[in-house]
Design a binder for this molecule. Structure first.
Ligand code: CO
Length: 669
């Protein structure tokens, strides 16, 4: 930093009353949304945000991000919390700091484009419940997907922050796709459609410090609205990138309170406060107040979440981001998918194939859901393609992408791939060029009708409209029509203590295997924990009949027991190898593995998953290669082709059944 950037300091002063800087750096805190989403799979509960809320309100943040992204999904699905209630509750404690939400444009807080009527109602309700800043992005940077939500944000008198997803095709910014001009043009486009601020959203931590400098410098010259930088620490470059951005004149940066910082999360706020102290970008924040907040979080909150942290490795940075430009979340999804297919040894082929698939499919930014779509298709190509045929197993989401349902890809999709993918596609073989939501029928009235008698207000209806299956289940919990399962209950500090004691006992060999004796009847307060000791795991029931928790039973589970995968918005942390405790996992009833009693050609499941539907009935005739079963795996739908021509002789499962790899789904004769 050159000398004239410095403010002359007469007294080094920590206090918040110190001389105000000329151009203080503004900071948005992400601890209560992206922070716990990045580190703990979005499992943070509202009750654990309250203890520090009033103190956070005193810091002087430009805004705090409290909602959006995966919070809506995770809260109603896993935490039995009403997502709308979180905004209202936190608002009681944050009296002056504005709230930000991350809005996935027409995807809202879900994973597909919703119809315009749902999008309008959602933004309207988010504003009414207390969201002040709508940080809006589209995975493809196709701003036509902003056209419905932005006017509503404006009508509600709220701040529209337009995001550009940061992406690269080269090891550094440049090349002929994601170069400086790309970002400048996108920023100008955003300003033109009314952005109150422009944000570079670097979700994978890819931005290198000198590229951050160049972009911020260029954007400050190109647009007149404030420039904001969002970068994840994942690769280890984010602190440097933010500092260079500050030197280039960035207006706002994103950080977390230190207990929620680093790893795949964000840089911590405290070092920035100190680094800028006494300069013309001094934040003015009270470092002692920040310290006091962290202390409370460390003592009273974070012990409840520590088990969700992936701390298998010593390193807190992920070098794969530097090597392959894949984010930690994307990488763990790829690994999970390969593991389910017994193909973990092929990860290097996946790395090699990934840029090819991405290029074929239009060089889209690798951000949810595009990163998932590209990742899953890449694994499918590696596992199922052969020298004669590429793209043998195409997911429905790739079909939607090629059709244009997500928007316009950054570069055109390879024509041969497009043709193959859209062959026989239900919406048509010719892709659309209009704004995607224009082909969607209104959805709100039907949603209202579907939950008549259950939903009380529009907020309820929207929970259902966005997440029909889990949303409806949540509404039943909310209104006492169904008992919520124990695993959605919060974890207490006493639970943490109990588990730690159990782990110690397990490691000391003091846990006894289940004897032949019949177990005593289990009480209604029983909670179960899964304790993993290397490859063995124990299911432990703990009862709290009033006093301190007592271990009620310990059952050793088969060493090779496969744990069903619960679909989760954010990647679930890999199962710990050493002793640790994971929250109880709901076991789905094992599907009946029917042996086929007929001769014929079986269609077997190429991977574990859930049956979405059978496209044929018994007795129907099929051509070879015609889709017979829709199987969902890794949240992507796969149309499984018939291995032979003939007649459907047997169908062994039904919609909703979970199947294992190799299960015979149907038989063709
Ligand atoms: Co982020």
């Amino acid at each position: 930093m050159s000398d004239h950037n410095k403010v002359k300091i007469t007294k080094m002063d920590y206090s918040k009353d110190r001389a105000k800087a000329k151009n203080p750096l503004k900071i948005m805190d992400l601890s209560l949304r992206d922070g716990h989403q990045s580190l703990f799979a979005t499992k943070g509960r509202t009750e654990d945000m309250i203890p520090v809320a009033e103190m956070m309100d005193e810091v002087g943040f430009w805004a705090v991000e409290t909602w959006g992204g995966a919070t809506f999904d995770t809260m109603h699905r896993f935490l039995n919390e009403d997502p709308w209630e979180r905004i209202r509750t936190l608002k009681k404690y944050f009296k002056k700091t504005p709230f930000t939400m991350l809005l996935r444009a027409q995807n809202l807080v879900g994973y597909r484009n919703y119809a315009d009527d749902v999008a309008r109602a959602f933004v309207d309700r988010a504003a009414a419940n207390g969201i002040d800043v709508f940080r809006t992005f589209d995975a493809l940077n196709d701003f036509r997907n902003f056209e419905t939500v932005v006017p509503v944000i404006k009508e509600c008198g709220k701040h529209f922050q337009g995001c550009i997803c940061y992406s690269m095709t080269e090891p550094r910014m440049g090349g002929d796709v994601y170069n400086l001009d790309y970002y400048i043009n996108k920023a100008k486009e955003l300003e033109k459609i009314g952005a109150d601020s422009v944000c570079i959203k670097d979700m994978a931590g890819l931005i290198a410090p000198y590229d951050a400098y160049a972009i911020v410098k260029a954007l400050k010259a190109a647009v007149s609205v404030p420039v904001h930088l969002h970068s994840h620490f994942t690769s280890g470059m984010a602190d440097m990138a933010l500092l260079k951005a500050i030197e280039a004149g960035v207006d706002i940066i994103d950080t977390c309170l230190s207990p929620y910082a680093y790893r795949t999360s964000h840089p911590a706020v405290e070092p920035f406060v100190m680094a800028l102290l006494g300069t013309n970008r001094d934040t003015g924040f009270d470092i002692k107040l920040l310290g006091a907040i962290s202390e409370i979080l460390e003592r009273d909150v974070l012990p409840k979440y520590k088990h969700l942290l992936n701390d298998k490795k010593m390193s807190i940075i992920d070098i794969n981001v530097l090597l392959h430009q894949t984010s930690g979340g994307m990488l763990s999804n790829l690994v999970n998918q390969l593991r389910e297919m017994d193909a973990l040894d092929r990860i290097n082929e996946v790395y090699a194939e990934l840029p090819k698939v991405r290029k074929d499919l239009g060089q889209v930014p690798l951000v949810t859901p595009a990163s998932q779509i590209i990742g899953v298709q890449t694994v499918n190509n590696v596992v199922f393609d052969d020298e004669n045929e590429q793209y043998r197993m195409i997911t429905d989401q790739v079909k939607d992408l090629c059709y244009g349902l997500y928007g316009k890809t950054t570069v055109p999709i390879k024509p041969e791939v497009m043709e193959k993918v859209l062959k026989g596609y239900s919406r048509g073989e010719k892709p659309i060029t209009c704004r995607p939501a224009e082909v969607l029928e209104p959805e709100l009235e039907k949603a209202k009708e579907d939950v008549k008698g259950l939903a009380v207000d529009m907020d309820d209806v929207l929970i259902y409209a966005l997440y029909p299956v889990t949303g409806k289940r949540f509404l039943k919990w909310k209104y006492g029509k169904e008992e919520p399962p124990l695993e959605v209950k919060p974890k207490t500090l006493e639970d943490v203590k109990t588990e730690q004691d159990l782990i110690e006992k397990a490691l000391a060999g003091e846990l006894v295997k289940k004897s032949e004796k019949k177990a005593p009847p289990k009480g209604e307060n029983l909670r179960t924990f899964n304790v993993f000791v290397d490859d063995e795991y124990f299911e432990i029931g703990v009862e709290e009949p009033g006093g301190s928790p007592v271990v009620s039973y310990v059952q050793q589970m088969p060493a090779s027991a496969s744990v069903p995968v619960i679909p989760s918005a954010a990647p679930a942390p890999p199962r710990p190898a050493a002793a640790s405790v994971s929250p109880p996992i709901k076991k789905s009833a094992p599907a009946v593995r029917k042996k086929s009693d007929t001769d014929g050609t079986p269609l077997t499941a190429p991977m574990p998953g859930m049956i979405i539907s059978y496209e044929k009935k018994i007795g129907d005739s099929v051509k070879k290669g015609e889709p017979v079963v829709i199987l969902e795996a890794m949240k992507m739908e796969n149309a499984l082709p018939s291995p032979a021509a003939g007649t459907i002789k047997a169908i062994n499962f039904s919609a909703g059944d979970s199947v294992a790899k190799g299960d015979v789904l149907c038989v063709i004769e």
